[in-house]
Design a protein. Structure first.
Length: 107
């Protein structure tokens, strides 16, 4: 690398490539929490998830998991995406977790 070359910065495509075929957790702009295995993506961050479910949080009862199966999320609706630690996720007692649902993202 040339000493004058700008430093390489991480980008979303590089992170998504590393997470292919791994469990990920996505927070959407409308406040949904979706967990599944990342099977594909494109340059606009459209995501394809397999074995997917939505986690619905409520202040007065445990987390409800709604199965979604194979699911596509438009890239312009992705607020946050991260790799999910499957062992830690499976160890959670979701029925004991109480939380306010996330509010939609406001630009």
């Amino acid at each position: 690398r040339s000493p004058l070359a700008p430093p390489k910065t991480p980008n979303m495509a590089g992170a998504l490539q590393d997470w292919l075929n791994h469990a990920v957790c996505i927070i959407t702009n409308d406040g949904r929490n979706i967990v599944g295995n990342l099977r594909g993506y494109d340059q606009t961050t459209n995501l394809i998830l397999e074995n997917c479910h939505e986690r619905i949080f409520a202040p007065d009862e445990g987390v409800e998991e709604v199965p979604l199966g194979l699911y596509i999320i438009r890239g312009d609706n992705v607020a946050v995406i991260g790799e999910l630690d499957e062992a830690m996720s499976q160890a959670l007692d979701l029925s004991a977790i109480r939380a306010q649902p996330l509010k939609p993202l406001v630009h």
